[in-house]
Design a protein around this ligand. Structure first.
Ligand SMILES: [Zn+2]
Length: 767
């Protein structure tokens, strides 16, 4: 667990002497890489009897057999191969991860026999082995091959490409606590158990990836933090890059694609002792030309062919509090980085076109200068401070002074439509010509592609109206000016004050409301994702689920009825039910997408995430007056409390509890951390009550959920003469008997689960 950042930095700076290069740190990347991947056995053999290696929730017992130590890497014994009889037991502490493990192992605990293990480590394992008596050989011929095969599963296809968490340890020669065991399990086959200190959730178990998952050897089964609660940051902060100065030159090629050459100056600040080798992400086609530190010393870097990982060697191991400026020059030639398509360019919205920090949060301020061909309309995240034309090149300068994880841009043969509102301005950039060309081409093939006549107006209206709608509900967004640009992709991406929308939503609006929803979803990310940032992958739904729900809310407001709102919720429910048994809960985020269910995360994080907010909305509704102030006040309070900060699911739950006035952990446990969905079998009957009143008796059986699963379900009873009685009924456990409040008349009809109050199945039965 990382300690509080400021305290660490200040104390360590004052007290720690500046360390020289760490013992065993690599001078040259490839030398150390080959030491690791080509590692060979020594001539030593250790006869083992009941050697127990307990690594957090995993326990590897080498009962009897032989252990063959591998040659040292960076001066330390870093591996061994075991042959014999052993046992591996893994017991995750988190209930959610027990369920994930059960999907793989058939049980919430993995307990299997081991016949072979390849161990790679930078922890106390070396000490444990050193305490055992070793003797000289013989070492079976195939031990070397077994070790290399295991290491190969952590390597990419080109020389130097390797799992960065493992390589990071060996490059820096640290005793980080790294422990990797490639196990041959008797029942479950190959598995990889890892304590990976580069990850906040450092305890990991992998199974072999499906063969068609190209280039990936392992697929995650379960992951959780070492001995503790789930972290509240994505990365244990080690290095901060608070500011970038970028200078990017986009130059037209003879085929009208674009080449990129750029210089990036990164302010680096060590939060803890770190390095000297520092990992960054940089798009796989980008090549680094040169670099230097602030004193002019050249920078040593390594980037494997076609790898998105850039290694930079600092002049020394950095002590906490150290600051340095790193300047790198790099380039990418087409194809693959920026190809032209009709009047657009393919600029992958999330592409790492400058070095992105892998050891910290990624939030930074930016100062960016772009040089672009004059015929293209250009926009960037940030505020443009000036623009000059020299020959055929436009140079613009942009400032991003509110920290954000991403700086991006777009350009094309665009018309720019300026929309002025008192509270906000939009610049909507699209190419009418490109849409005409597509329509013509499709027509020439004998088909008809519908195209809306008011592309700009329709898209701008939804962007503008949803901005206004959300501002009123949640409070004003951080930005007042927005670029809305079209991209030749089937997706949208929302950056701070900069919204990329798929060209298809400009071309055509689906009648079912999808396009209004889609535009409003991207706009909602200005609040959910950019305004408040989900802290970890487990909290992804605080961005996507919130954006999807907000967009449904907008759709209902815009159409002045809720038909589509409920139709989308119905469709989401069918998706969620269809996949509930095959994917993990919302709480495992992107991990819900697997080879078997690639859309799993979409269904859970976006769709079930939206359902959670809808359920809270109905739970907080005043059923007598249909007033929903309590729910809107909750979202407004949540947004305004956490704007500009990172948020966890617990933070949101805390705000909900404050407004609901009751503990809500049961609700988040059921819906965020669980996957089950109840089926209710419902029977009801009218019965005479006291004083001439009538009551409705209910008998409910609940299925498909645990015995403690509970939810308040909204009932609408139609009493005739336009009288509808609303009340809530708490369903808990297998059987619930309930008697309604006294009613002036018997019910002619009962709607159980009115307004979709609960994500469930309802089966009405006769009394
Ligand atoms: Zn989204």
């Amino acid at each position: 667990m990382p300690r509080p950042l400021a305290v660490t930095a200040v104390l360590a700076f004052a007290l720690a002497p500046r360390p020289a290069v760490a013992q065993g740190a690599a001078g040259d990347y490839l030398t150390r890489y080959h030491e690791l991947v080509d590692v060979a056995p020594t001539n030593q053999v250790i006869a083992v009897h009941h050697l127990v290696l307990t690594r957090d929730a995993g326990e590897l017992t080498l009962e009897s057999g032989s252990l063959y130590p591998l040659a040292a890497v960076g001066g330390h014994t870093a591996g061994a191969v075991f042959r014999g009889a052993g046992r591996f037991v893994l017991k995750p502490a988190l209930p959610t991860e027990q369920v994930e493990l059960r999907r793989y192992a058939g049980d919430t605990v993995l307990d299997d026999s081991v016949s072979e293990a390849v161990l790679i480590f930078a922890d106390t394992t070396g000490d444990q082995l050193a305490a055992l008596s070793a003797s000289a050989g013989p070492v079976p011929d195939d031990v070397a091959g077994v070790a290399r095969d295991a290491l190969k599963t952590l390597a990419g296809k080109n020389e130097g490409s390797f799992d960065w968490g493992v390589m990071w340890t060996f490059l820096n020669g640290d005793r980080t606590g790294l422990f990797v065991a490639r196990l041959k399990l008797v029942k479950h086959g190959d598995a990889l158990f890892e304590i990976d200190p580069s990850s906040t959730e450092s305890v990991e178990l992998f199974k072999p990836a499906h063969r068609t998952e190209f280039g990936v050897h392992w697929s995650l089964v379960t992951q959780f933090p070492a001995r503790g609660a789930v972290a509240t940051t994505e990365q244990p902060p080690r290095l901060d890059v608070p500011h970038y100065v970028l200078d990017a030159n986009l130059k037209e090629t003879f085929t009208a694609d674009l080449d990129l050459s750029a210089t990036a100056a990164l302010s680096l600040r060590a939060d803890t002792a770190v390095g000297p080798w520092l990992p960054f992400e940089l798009q796989y086609k980008i090549l680094v030309d040169s670099g230097h530190w602030q004193d002019g010393t050249p920078v040593r870097t390594f980037k494997a062919k076609d790898s998105g990982l850039l290694w930079v060697r600092a002049p020394r191991r950095l002590a906490a509090g150290d600051s340095l400026t790193l300047t790198l020059s790099y380039h990418a030639n087409h194809p693959d980085l920026i190809d032209r398509s009709s009047e657009w360019f393919f600029i992958e919205p999330g592409v790492a076109w400058y070095p992105e920090n892998l050891l910290g949060s990624g939030n930074a301020t930016f100062d960016v200068t772009y040089h672009t061909p004059h015929q293209y309309t250009f926009a960037s995240v940030g505020q443009r401070t000036d623009s000059t034309l020299t020959g055929k090149v436009v140079t613009t300068h942009w400032v991003i002074d509110r920290p954000t994880p991403w700086a991006t841009f777009n350009l094309g043969i665009f018309e720019n439509h300026h929309v002025d509102d008192p509270d906000r301005t939009l610049d909507v950039m699209l190419s009418e010509e490109a849409h005409r060309a597509i329509a013509d081409e499709v027509r020439s093939l004998g088909f008809y592609l519908p195209q809306q006549s008011h592309m700009v107006e329709n898209v701008s209206a939804d962007v503008s109206n949803s901005l206004r709608f959300y501002s009123a509900l949640f409070g004003p967004p951080p930005m007042r000016h927005f670029y809305v640009t079209e991209i030749p992709y089937g997706e949208g991406v929302s950056f701070q004050g900069f919204i990329d929308l798929s060209a298809s939503t400009f071309h055509f609006s689906e009648l079912d409301g999808f396009d209004e929803w889609f535009r409003a979803h991207e706009v909602a990310h200005q609040w959910w994702g950019n305004g408040v940032q989900p802290a970890t992958y487990r909290d992804q739904w605080l961005g996507e689920g919130f954006a999807s729900f907000s967009a449904l809310w907008y759709l209902a407001a815009e159409r002045r009825h809720s038909d589509e709102y409920f139709k989308f919720l119905d469709q989401y429910r069918d998706d969620i039910k269809g996949e509930a048994n095959d994917v993990g809960p919302i709480w495992v985020g992107y991990r819900s997408s697997t080879f078997a269910v690639p859309q799993g995360a979409q269904t859970m994080v976006y769709e079930k995430g939206a359902w959670i907010l809808h359920m809270l909305r109905i739970m907080m509704l005043d059923v007598k007056t249909m007033n929903e102030d309590r729910f809107t006040a909750t979202l407004k309070d949540y947004y305004q409390t956490y704007a500009g900060r990172t948020v966890t699911t617990g933070d949101f739950a805390g705000v909900v509890e404050r407004h609901a006035g009751i503990p809500m952990d049961w609700f988040f446990d059921e819906w965020v951390k669980g996957t089950t969905i109840p089926t209710y079998h419902v029977a009801w009957t009218n019965q005479p009550g006291d004083n001439g009143n009538t009551v409705i008796k209910f008998r409910i059986t609940q299925e498909h959920v645990g015995p403690d699963f509970e939810m308040p379900v909204l009932i609408a009873a139609d009493l005739g003469d336009n009288r509808i009685a609303h009340f809530r009924l708490m369903v808990k456990g297998t059987k619930t008997d309930y008697v309604s409040p006294p009613l002036p008349a018997g019910a002619k009809k009962v709607t159980f689960n009115d307004l979709h109050s609960t994500l469930c199945d309802v089966k009405m039965e006769s009394w």
